[in-house]
Write a protein that binds this ligand. Structure first.
Ligand SMILES: [Ca+2]
Ligand SMILES: [Ca+2]
Length: 106
């Protein structure tokens, strides 16, 4: 019997992290390198999205990532857990960009 190749888990989440009125999309893909996390945001004045943040974290997802208000400031963040890292993706309004941090630093 031929065993099928396991492509890894794909997850998608949508939330307006950067407050521009349009949902941003966060997608994860797993492969041998770990888990790739990509954020797509609306191109201003267009219906299309573009990748605005990419990070590859070691390990595979241990649970489906959550969109939750980790620090209770009224804005939600993206919380993920892999076998080797617990982290948060968030939009930094001061620097106007997405960032990743370890969950215990947030
Ligand atoms: Ca948005
Ligand atoms: Ca928050």
């Amino acid at each position: 019997m031929v065993s099928p190749s396991f492509a890894g888990q794909v997850t998608m989440a949508a939330y307006d992290f950067n407050g521009d009125g349009y949902d941003d999309i966060i997608r994860t893909d797993e492969d041998d390198e770990g888990t790739s996390i990509r954020v797509y945001a609306r191109i201003e004045g267009s219906f299309f999205c573009k990748p605005v943040f990419v990070s590859v974290v070691p390990g595979r997802l241990m649970q489906v990532p959550e969109v939750i208000d980790v620090n209770k400031d009224g804005r939600k963040e993206y919380f993920f857990v892999t076998g080797e890292e617990r982290g948060i993706i968030y939009y930094d309004y001061k620097d106007n960009e997405y960032k990743k941090t370890a969950s215990f630093d947030f």
